[in-house]
Ligand binder design. Structure first.
Ligand code: ADP
Ligand code: ASP
Ligand code: MG
Length: 590
């Protein structure tokens, strides 16, 4: 007899009829010889409605009271679904998160699961009952038994965590689409259903705006090797499997917080090439990376920094063997890109001896302190960071090659990793170069101007954000330094959730003057559009294709940031949907 965890989202339980349909599927699954735990969300848009009510009474409602309010949504559904299942003659019992033994950290509205004590769930399963558990909620393991929620969309995380704790044979996520598609079918109706996706790709997509799965659910599935599938609530189609490698065995205590970093990786023998002061207009990045792709130059990281005045800096890294060719291509195209206005020695900058060091781990999601810790570790070792690239599961820093051994040793020590590995040992031979495209309209750009160019600044600034629990991504440093009062400075930018932007600005403003930095600037009218695919490594044309297709649609790129398996561009908010559509079509995903 197999034990299965099924999760049904808001739309799937949005009315009495739909709850009845779910009950029928549940009973069929039991009749097929399975034990079943069912996790449910609040009905329809109930949670949104409750949040709105709270905001009618206060612009900043207490997080504790919000939790008390929001958990009621799921509690309605568990009782109704149990009643509907019992009505079909199948014994069932509903449990709140606390009753199901889901213990979390003491962090209202965004708690992580620390441990699941599944005794009671297991007892009811043995009694032959279907156990219906309220998703999205847990309890703090102190005497007060405070109730918490896991963050919006967190029912997926409850389901996968229960599956891990119960060692279930699968976790099935039932929703209002047939599975995971190449992009959000509400925006691009031609989006195609995927039969499978790797956990790493899904982690990126989920964190870059594809709300079909909560990123932390994917993280748990990956860490504990839970077979995870996303399917339609309305049909019997097979849906999409999220593929995880066989995990190292892990303790179930500290479930979501046990280990943030799994590996330290490095890539030596690299060179950095920067094009300075290129005009801020559509088409520039496309022309540059198109020219590089035509020469088969394999580009690793790309960053385009925020613009000062009306010019941008674009920097990228390549393997050292390719650096002469890359430099020649960049120098040849520079007069075209620069309209010949910038003196030639100021146009292309080459740093020959650089290395990239990275920390990798699914446990970094939503934990801004981990990246800050990396920057601090490098600062303590006296190492200056030349370029930063972040994704949900990887933070990479470009540093001088001479510093790389020291950097690797300090990072391994800091994160308790016994051996580091060369990232080029990892290959993804069969993965497509672009698996999916995502759009995030909920982010803001945060720029800190005139940051002194010395070790420790990234650690200070991102440490302040981490201390305020503000997650960020796409950290970009300008390539140019500007000398202000005798000190070389750079601008640093990143993106944060719009809801965190005001807090982030406030927190930074309290310290920037003291750190010798300039103003903190927020821009909320941005959109982030991203492509994700494990096969884009060693595929030089992918970035060029993305940039060119935006250029053809007349869309200017404000910021670029890449990691191994994703490329993100920040564009103006009003062009976000068009950017998504154009890119989806350009890669033939429809
Ligand atoms: P549930 O209430 O079942 O948890 P959600 O609304 O949280 O459902 O997630 C499902 C929605 O995710 C879909 O209706 C779809 O609009 C959206 N979505 C965004 N990106 C994707 C994608 N790549 N594949 C499938 N659905 C996506
Ligand atoms: N009801 C919660 C929300 O809307 C949790 C969930 O549905 O996953 O965010
Ligand atoms: Mg959801």
């Amino acid at each position: 007899m197999a034990l299965i965890v099924q999760k049904y989202g808001g739309t799937s339980v949005g009315s009495a009829e739909r709850i009845q349909a779910v009950a029928r599927r549940v009973v069929e699954t039991v009749k097929a010889g399975n034990q079943l735990v069912v996790v449910v969300s609040a009905m329809g848009k109930t949670t949104d409605g409750l949040v709105k009510l709270a905001h009618e009474l206060s612009s900043e409602p207490s997080r504790r009271e919000l939790d008390m309010l929001l958990v009621t949504g799921e509690q309605v559904t568990i009782a109704l679904l149990s009643i509907a299942i019992q009505e079909l003659g199948q014994p069932a019992i509903s449990l709140t998160g606390a009753q199901a033994g889901i213990f979390t950290e003491a962090e209202h509205t965004r708690a992580r699961i620390l441990e699941i004590v599944p005794d009671r769930v297991e007892r009811h399963l043995k009694e032959g009952k279907v156990v219906v558990v309220a998703g999205f909620q847990g309890v703090i393991a102190t005497e007060d038994r405070e109730i918490t929620t896991l963050g919006r969309g967190g029912s997926d995380t409850s389901a996968v965590a229960l599956a891990a704790a119960l060692k279930a044979s699968a976790c099935e996520i039932y929703t209002d689409v047939p599975g995971i598609l190449t992009t959000d079918p509400r925006i691009v109706p031609a989006a195609q259903l995927l039969t499978e996706i790797t956990a790493d790709e899904m982690l990126e997509l989920a964190s870059l705006g594809a709300k079909v799965l909560h990123p932390r659910a994917v993280e748990i599935a990956k860490n504990y090797g839970v077979p995870l599938v996303v399917r339609s609530s309305w049909t019997d189609e097979p849906g999409t499997w999220v593929m995880s490698p066989v995990p190292r065995s892990r303790s179930l205590t500290g479930l979501e917080i046990a280990r943030s970093v799994d590996a330290v990786e490095f890539s030596t023998n690299q060179a950095k090439i920067a094009l300075l002061q290129v005009p801020d207009r559509a088409g520039i990045a496309g022309q540059l990376f198109g020219a590089l792709a035509r020469e088969h130059v394999d580009v690793d990281l790309i960053v385009q920094s925020i613009h000062e005045g009306n010019t941008n800096d674009i920097a990228f890294t390549v393997n050292k063997q390719a650096s002469k060719l890359a430099q020649a291509v960049a120098e040849a195209i520079s007069p075209v890109l620069h309209d010949n206005f910038v003196p030639s020695h100021d146009r292309v900058l080459v740093a020959g001896d650089i290395a990239k060091v990275s920390i990798v781990g699914a446990g970094m999601i939503g934990r801004p302190g981990v990246a800050a810790q990396m920057f601090k570790t490098l600062a303590t070792a006296g190492i200056n960071i030349q370029m930063i690239s972040t994704s949900e599961i990887k933070v990479s820093c470009v540093i001088a090659a001479a510093d790389s051994d020291r950097a690797i040793a300090s990072l391994c020590q800091q994160f308790e990793i016994s051996t580091s590995s060369n990232e080029h040992d990892r290959q993804h031979p069969n993965a497509p170069s672009v698996r999916g495209v995502a759009l995030d309209l909920d982010r803001a750009r945060l720029a800190i101007l005139q940051v002194p160019d010395r070790p420790g600044m990234a650690a200070e600034l991102f440490g302040i954000l981490a201390a305020n629990n503000i997650s960020l991504d796409a950290i970009i440093q300008s390539q140019r330094t500007r000398v202000i009062a005798g000190v070389a400075t750079r601008d640093i930018a990143c993106t944060v959730a719009q809801g965190d932007a005001a807090d982030a600005k406030r927190a930074l403003e309290a310290s920037v003057a003291q750190l010798g930095c300039g103003a903190v600037v927020v821009n909320k009218s941005i959109a982030k559009v991203s492509i994700v695919g494990a096969g884009m490594i060693s595929n030089p044309g992918v970035a060029a294709k993305m940039f060119n297709c935006l250029a053809e649609a007349g869309i200017n790129i404000q910021m670029i940031s890449t990691s191994e398996i994703k490329i993100s561009c920040v564009v103006s908010q009003s062009q976000g949907v068009d950017a998504l559509k154009a890119i989806h079509q350009a890669f033939g995903l429809g």
